[in-house]
Design a protein around this ligand. Sequence first.
Ligand SMILES: [Zn+2]
Length: 1030
Amino acid sequence: MSQQGYVAAPPYSQSQPGIGGFSAGFGPPSSSHHYGDPNSYSAPQPVVSKSDVPFGSSAPVGPPPPGTHQIGQTNTQNGPSTAGQQPHRFQGPPPQSSTGLSYSPYSHQTQPAYPNTASTSSTAQLANQLSSMQINSYGPGTTPSSCPSGHPASFQGPQLLPPAQQQVALPPGPWIPPPAVKSLCAQPSLPPMVRQDGIPAPVPPNPNLQQLSGQPPGPGYPQQANYGPQMAGSPLSYPGAFPGGPAQLSGPPQKKLDPDAVPSPIQVIENDKASRGGQTYATNIRGQVPPLVTTDCIIQDQGHASPRFIRCTTYCFPSSSELAKQTRIPLAAVIQPFAVVPPNETPLYIVNHGETGPIRCNRCKAYMCPFMQFIEGGRRYQCGFCSCVNDVPPFFFQHLDHVGQRVDHYERPELSLGSYEYVATLDYCRNSKPPKPPAYIFMIDVSYRNIKSGLVRLICDELKTLLDKLPREDQEESSAIRVGFVTYNKVLHFFNVKSSLARPQMMVVSDVEEVFVPLLDGFLVNFQESRSVVISLLNQIPEVFADTNESETIFAPVIQAGVEALKAAECAGKLFIFHSSLPTAEAPGKLRNRDDKKLLNTDKEKTLFQPQVNAYEALARDCVANGCCVNLFLFPNQYVDVASMGLVTMYTGGTLYKYNNFQLDADSSQFLSDLRRDVEKKTGFDAIMRVRTSTGFRATDFFGAIYMNNTTDVEMAAVDCDKAVTVEFKHDDKLSEDSGALIQCAVLYTSVSGQRRLRIHNIGLNCSSQVADVYKTCETDALINFFAKSAFKAILSQPLKTVRDILVSQTAHMLACYKKNCASPSAVSQLILPDAMKVLPVYINCLLKSCVLMGRPEIPMDERAHQRQLVMSMGVAETQLFFYPQLLPIHSLDLKSDVVPAALRCSEERLSEGGVFLLANGLSLFLWLGVSAPPELIQGLFNVPSFAHINAEATSLPDLDNPFSKKLKAILEHLQGQKPYTMKLVIVKQREQPEMLFRQLLVEDKSIYGGGSYMDFLFCLHKEICQLLS
Ligand SMILES: [Zn+2]
């Protein structure tokens, strides 16, 4: 089995063990729970009742057709539990180094809102240690594949381009490990240091940092000058162990280190923009490293998938598993199969071989692609994945030219392009029947609070226009998607909106234990045909429930109702659920408040990320098995247990939107923008993804908003343009440097028009036995995506501290291996970073500090669960921005230019009292105003005379006819761009309360919640690397 790789599964795996065995429904049937309808919608008995409220006349509703919707007796709650029970990557014991130092009690209640003093003196102190820092770069002439053997030249790194690698020289001596740690990296030549709280001796200005302007000072530069005892308080254990107490922060102001001495993410981003921005990037070369995800360019598919679809952690795999283990670089691809292709690039071609269907390798079932080698005059082809020689089907035969290429090579997308689609045949459809177009079901919580807040009316009003914008195929005039409507509180209300009706009809289902759909005909309709009935319904819903006093809600039965409706209609689809409160009504999936702060930083913290009842996992399986994607719009004003409520959304490829303390005035535009974008989004339904590889390696782990029923098929009830699946690969044999490492991702899905299709993405990577080749082609942004997702998956099964320790340890291993194999021996005491990874430490530190991995009582658990869920489905561009936010200086805008100003590093050091800054991470957006911001700028943006007059409650800027305002509005629009979530603007005035939130995103600084600064982390890493190499 194993050497054959992914042998011959049927194209669409019909049998779905574990899913098929479950019939729908929850739990044992209980006849004792019948809940009457409290809202005067007639009798609770029978459970289906015709509405007597003004939904019009007629048609008594009969019982459901026998057998169709009756829920069997199966108890789905006994299904195997999947989430949270499968430790994957993070299984090792925690590294020994991170012992001892616990959270120092960071009494941030006593902190002023603007804890300037602390961080400044902290920085000053670090400056002492860092004043010996030296950043060395090997010149551009060095070929990285041959490890540099000469003397490293010292440069002030970031300015030198393109450096082959970057060295940060940290004298190892002074970093005294905490007592509990083994002696790590003390150099024999250095005097033994004692840990003490003394004040470091004044340090001479670092000659390195001042003398250098591209001039190598020569190898003899003294690196270990006398720096005295440093790092009082020892920030060595990581994370959360950086004591920020005043004891360590006292002392006279010290000389500040120039932060530009350490690698800057902004510099890396800007350099790549400068060298590759605006150009055409052709994907014609195997293993070539694409432009950074932050660089705008035009992608031309010439045989490998666009980096919009696939990005890899490295574009050159180690040729053996031994080498892979040595480097510890994760081998992974981040696949975003439905990524938006901009209008100036070519959309995917669709190949249609009619009834024959796609051409596939007989043995490994890989699809025809540029990696197939035609032989014997074109009569046969050898599979690039498994080497099997296949006959070319007669209809597909073509002669070869003088170089052995088919003469129709460039006429066929499947021979010459990295990405394309196939029209699938009936073999690829459920029950061998062509699929029906998908359906969207809108399910609105009409309990007291949603009615009173105006939310229900807002949703209904919006849908009246939004339903005209349902997604459709480019060539079609209107959308084939059908729509249906449900409202609910403690019971469910279904609506018949059949076009022939004069008015809509409501049917109440009060048996929430065994939900069924009370009508087939008239529930899912074409909006264009039923427009008047639907509009009438949307007008009436807010009125009908206007006087409700029902505050309890159900939740799981709502999803169950949706999936039953799709089953009955035999189609895939999406549920749009608008919900506000913890579902406490007596029903399956009932939840209690379990927001227990005492569990933070204990071994039980992980349970807070797991669902509290099994019902949701069973429900998720049922949804995935039936192509039912669940989008959840949450409007909580207290704890709602996102970890439980969001589980089905996560497993079904849906999106969870959350609007805390929703206020109609302040939050409508954010919510409506999210809703519109989601409804209009390009989406593949009822999808199953398979990743095939050439021999020698295989996909072993998958991370994303996905469901895995076996080890190879990635099931997604739906997959939209924003969702990315991160796939990890492992060796099972040696890889050939000649043939490289080939990857083919195939997504079988149903289109918006109901056509079954296959979307194929191919990419070829290089292989090498040289360590340096692997490091040279790494992509830090993809690495961070991988590390974030694997860590966020691991926290379901392991203590957070273990997960953080493993992240640090693995980063240190990667860098240590590089240093050992690729750096000059003379660099023994230096922190050496490969060029392609030089900002890896700052990003890893941002990940370590994220609120998901760092439990603090101040951070609501729902927020952590929400962020965890969002990150799991993010693509590379999104994780890059999320972990390293964009900080833009607004006061220095060039009003004449359309160019967005270059971003600044995310540190307080970059702020100024006289400035105005935008800060965005894809979820949050802040406009920070310094107390001395120029009055003319304030006038221009807010139309008020001074800082004091600015209303910080506003969530948007006034539309003003002046260049400042117009320019900022344009920048805001650009920032929002193609982002999956609408960011709500928060105005932050310097030294006022909301500044705490803003400062959380200044990720290079020490976090108020205990995470260390970028500098702290470099020391920590350096220590670990020294330990590994000693
Ligand atoms: Zn094959």
